[in-house]
Design a protein around this ligand. Sequence first.
Ligand code: AMP
Ligand code: TRP
Length: 324
Amino acid sequence: MRVFSGIQPTGEIHIGNYLGAIKQWIKLQKNNECVFCIVDLHALTIPYNPKVLQKLILEKTISYIAAGINPKKSVIFVQSKVKEHTELAWLLSIVTPIGELKRMTQYKEKAEQFKVNLNAGLFNYPILMAADILLYQTDIVPVGKDQEQHVELARIIARKFNQKYGKTFQEPQAQLPKSGAKIMSLSNPKKKMSKTDNPQGYISLFDSPKEIKSKIMKSVTDTGKEIKYSPGKLGISNLLTIYSLFSEKPIKEIEKKFKNKGYAEFKKSLVNLLINSLEPFRQKRKEFQGKEKEIKNILEEGAKRAQILAQPTIQKARQKMGLI
Ligand code: AMP
Ligand code: TRP
């Protein structure tokens, strides 16, 4: 199977990204042909600093490799280096209904957040994302819950294009983890954990033990004392989900372990679990620090491999649309 997923170069990689997306990528990479893309063009749609973008891209590549992406097995590259992405985005815009774009939850949220000087890039964002996916004849797109709607739109776009111009694209399928598809913020469990949130709300894969301890101990929990998963108790349910996924134990077993024990004891145990689970990521990232040249080579090689994979599809799309 062909697997494709993308992640933005801005912001820290947090445990929500890991449990929602990256953990699946690492599993899938064993037996599938995986393509992972650092989506710098998508990152331009919200305010950013051009002076540090290149640095962030390199850092993010190191972080992915530290998190388990193996550049010998998977293709890893930067979106803007493979021009076929932007070309296909234009071609796909021709079959994308404006009404579908207006429905997108992420657009509606961001349009609200960045009302002043709202840019068209933010509106067209899902078309570029569809191009990313469809360019590689992708079967599976491992993502967290917040991206499910965008993958669904990529399917619609593929279908419309195929109907109008003849079969060109594979219809991709989103793959969400059974648990952990939406990890909530530690400081506000009603909101998803997000890298644009304040750092108290998320735990980065590379946070120090001290930071992990401080953030978990201060995390917002609900009134009451019981360590029990329940839809009404968002804070403790979120922490239980995180505990369960990192310990690979069912929530029921964890509830039993902490029966008649308070939040503080549960939180302390979660701190230790996270410190130990994240230690290998911190170590691996250290190994790569300062190896800028090696990272640049990996990305260059990745872009070449990606372009070879993308070429037949872009040629086919151009031809079907009467451009060749
Ligand atoms: P982003 O951080 O928006 O670049 O997202 C990268 C990947 O992580 C996407 O597949 C998202 O769906 C996923 N993701 C982001 N935030 C969360 C979260 N709080 N819980 C689970 N998955 C997430
Ligand atoms: N929009 C995704 C996010 O913010 C990133 C992304 C861009 C992506 N292109 C993609 C994810 C293609 C999956 C497939 O998380």
